[in-house]
Design a protein around this ligand. Sequence first.
Ligand code: C5P
Length: 252
Amino acid sequence: MARRKKIYEGKAKIMYEGPEPGTLVQYFKDDATAFNAQKRATLEGKGVLNNRISEFIMTQLNRIGVPTHFIRRLNMREQLVREVEIIPVEVICRNVAAGTICKRLGLEEGEPLPRSIVEFCYKNDALQDPLVAEEHITAFNWATTQEIDDIISLTLRINDFMSGMFAAVGIRLIDFKLEFGRLYEGDMVRTVLADEISPDSCRLWDIETNEKMDKDRFRRDLGNVTEAYAEVARRLGIMREGPRAANDETLQ
Ligand code: C5P
């Protein structure tokens, strides 16, 4: 790999300076963390799978008119993306109760929610990404009211599209997390989808068996984490082979 400037290293990805101004290279690591990085592991092949799955979803979203930072996949672990200013808010969309909403509101895991719910968390590791209201976001200038409106409508469109896409391959989209950024184009600023969409950032259950096919397998020590991610990729038609193909770095 040619030497280049590292812009930022996160828990599961590294951002490098891109080949042209206004672009970045997003590198997917095999590292997995949970519970605010208190639990860590390396899952061989995870980065390759997330790169492919995120490429697939972002490409479909671009096609239906959802603006994203994604330009194209470069190789097994990297994609070329537009440089955006990340809005420091994690956007969570939930269709079925699972994870933190169960504890917070005393819900049973698997309970369908009365309607899709969009939540916001302030992106701050030291504070463990606390849940915040729109009031906090606008008061502290993390985003404007217009940006929040755009984020909510894009998130609901993404939810509709992804729920259908996964249902078609026998997977229930329980919830997911998105990040958005500001794309500066001359005098214009656009709100675009950034980061990744993968089994690291979604809850995906088999429609028939409710088997978990996402990062909860790692969080809860259920085993076969990369195998489950590979099954998601296989069902989406991205990878014909099993997890061994994901480990083969020579595959383009
Ligand atoms: O943990 P919680 O139930 O709030 O997570 C909701 C959804 O957002 C899950 O799909 C989880 O994987 C995702 N998430 C994430 N990154 C975070 C927090 C949540 O991808 N920092």
